[in-house]
Design a protein around this ligand. Sequence first.
Ligand code: AP5
Ligand code: MG
Length: 220
Amino acid sequence: MRIVLVGPPGAGKGTQAVRLAEKLRIPHISTGDLFRANISRQTELGKLAKSYMDAGNLVPDEVTIGMAKDRMEQPDAANGFLLDGFPRNVAQAEALDRLLQEENIRLDAVLDLEAPEDEVVKRIAGRRICRNDSSHVFHVTYNASREEGVCDVCGGELYQRDDDSEDTVRKRLEVYHSQTEPIIDYYKAQGLVVTISSMGPVDEVTQRALGALKREDAAR
Ligand code: AP5
Ligand code: MG
């Protein structure tokens, strides 16, 4: 399957993407994680991305689209992928459509994770991620690691993302509403959007998402 995951910062896209990708046996492609990996390797791309990310703004399209394209062209993504955080504005959605058209393939679904703003603020405030791999995501109370400050998956150090400060989160939410939400209408026009609530325990949300994707697949 080829799936796009959309939803506000803190909705649980990364948390669900890891679980869904494993169940559906497709790679999880997160542009946020790709940028963070570049930041920790101190590449030129990482330095550029960090200046935008720390301000809560989107990294420019020309950089982001090229990076996402390179990742989608890796052999493990030949039969499907789960995109997390890309596309993030209408120009990126149009660029993705062009890429898919060139390959004669199409998306199967756009999974929209809904969560109220006060909930996403609480989720982000307590989020801790792993220094080794930012797709290893925890929460100090809702999804705590077994040992405080230590990643359950790889033993890496857990820390708070630089862009999870109160001011930057406010800006990211604003950018989500103004730039990312319009892609939901863009994909509704293509009949691809499946909306689910992201409230409740993580495993329940995963089951809800799998059920919704299965119904969507059967309806095609
Ligand atoms: P990105 O890394 O994509 O961040 P985001 O979209 O703001 O989303 P988050 O990662 O904050 O939230 P999430 O929905 O993944 O939630 P999570 O699963 O962690 O992007 C960061 C930046 O990179 C952007 O601001 C931009 O600058 C740049 N960027 C990235 N892609 C770009 C693009 N395409 N174009 C341009 N710029 C781009 O969960 C949150 C917390 O909640 C965790 O602590 C988790 O444990 C907890 N949690 C999860 N589910 C539940 C639950 N059901 N109940 C209770 N707690 C839960
Ligand atoms: Mg994420």
